[in-house]
Design a protein around this ligand. Structure first.
Ligand SMILES: [Zn+2]
Length: 371
């Protein structure tokens, strides 16, 4: 019996009707059985050219139109759950050589089964294919811009700005939750961590905190004092946050490698977070006592030359401890980098190439108490 008809004898809600459709009942049979269920069951979710009916998945591209420079297509995978619910956006590859995060989303896309999913997952595994294809770290080589610094974007800007604009309209504004995936780039030896950016909106912060704990990475940066002007949000996750959508950033992977430990952290973290959001069945596995980091300190190199690290990622260093040194091309030490504060080495330069002002390391400072 159909719940929509108000017949309470054998109330059957329209989610179950959608399930019936997906498991092989013809649409005509569903329409006869429950018109409202049929209407709901037909709902599809579309991003760019990827359009999936309930219980289905679809691949496509989100077109960044040609402008002052070339256009391109951002790959999109829509996994539309058989049960209706909220929309979760998973985005990686703004930095196209942070490979572990990109491959993690490829894996997530492969294992998600729309028949066992509540709600819809929109996956963009590689926002910056030019960076990936040409192995250019940090920026989009088409316009030289960092693809996580120009949100909410501009319709008439350069390619990075137009991509940000399209992503804001088609992904951010239409989702309910968002996770942005990063990692150490080609020149960064990075330990896994996540960001939580509280907004002061209680319910939103409660959900985003639940997400970041469920994701399970054991070091979490408290990212306060971010732009609140919707016209200058800079970062993808902040664009979602400013629009009232719980959003987090997660990072794993380092220096061009695709280690299974890093990929697995990102995949299992995603599944656990989806369980916390009730999109997948089963209990989440939240981290219980993470290290909260109240701030980060970036150490820039005083001189250019050849960099020699003295510490590994993830170690804890004392204030003033040597992090590494730089020599000229004749072997003479020209500068020594020291930790400006005590804390954990979140990442340290992974290559000998060092220019003046480049990042030697980023140190995370543990918070006095958990938020
Ligand atoms: Zn990144």
């Amino acid at each position: 019996m159909c719940y929509a008809r108000g017949d309470g004898r054998q109330a059957m809600n329209w989610q179950k009707a959608a399930t019936r459709l997906a498991v092989g009942m013809t649409m005509a049979a569903v329409v006869a059985w429950c018109p409202k269920a049929a209407a709901q069951a037909q709902i599809s979710y579309r991003v760019g050219t990827a359009e999936a009916l309930r219980g289905q998945r679809a691949n496509g591209v989100l077109e960044v139109p040609k402008g002052v420079d070339a256009g391109y297509g951002i790959p999109v995978i829509v996994v539309n759950g058989v049960m209706p619910g909220r929309v979760l956006a998973l985005v990686a590859g703004a930095h196209g050589t942070e490979y572990a995060s990109i491959l993690a989303l490829e894996r997530v896309a492969a294992i998600l089964d729309p028949m066992h999913l509540t709600g819809t997952v929109v996956i963009l595994p590689l926002v910056n294919p030019a960076s990936f294809e040409h192995m250019v770290p940090h920026v989009n080589p088409v316009d030289g811009k960092n693809m996580n610094r120009f949100y909410p974007g501009k319709a008439d800007g350069t390619q990075t700005e137009r991509a940000a604009y399209v992503m804001t309209k088609e992904v951010v504004e239409r989702c309910d939750y968002l996770i942005d995936y990063h990692g150490g780039d080609l020149d960064e030896s990075l330990r896994p961590y996540s960001y939580w950016g509280p907004t002061g909106h209680e319910e939103q912060d409660r959900i985003s905190k639940e997400m970041v704990l469920a994701f399970g990475l054991n070091h979490i940066i408290l990212w306060r004092d971010r732009p609140t002007d919707p016209a200058a949000t800079r970062y993808l996750d902040n664009t979602a946050s400013v629009k009232g959508k719980p959003a987090i950033v997660v990072e794993a992977g380092h220096a061009g490698t695709v280690e299974s430990d890093d990929v697995n952290l990102l995949v299992t973290g995603t599944i656990s977070t989806m369980r916390a959001l009730k999109m997948l069945e089963g209990p989440p596995l939240p981290i219980e006592n993470p290290v909260w980091l109240e701030k980060t300190e970036t150490v820039a190199s005083e001189k250019g030359g050849i960099f020699y690290p003295l510490v590994l990622r993830s170690v804890y260093v004392a204030e003033g401890e040597k992090l590494g040194y730089v020599t000229d091309y004749y072997g003479n030490i020209v500068s020594t980098a020291r930790a400006p504060v005590a804390g954990v080495v979140l990442h340290i330069c992974a290559v000998p190439t060092m220019k003046q002002g480049d990042t030697v390391a980023v140190i995370g400072v543990p918070a006095e108490k958990a938020p």
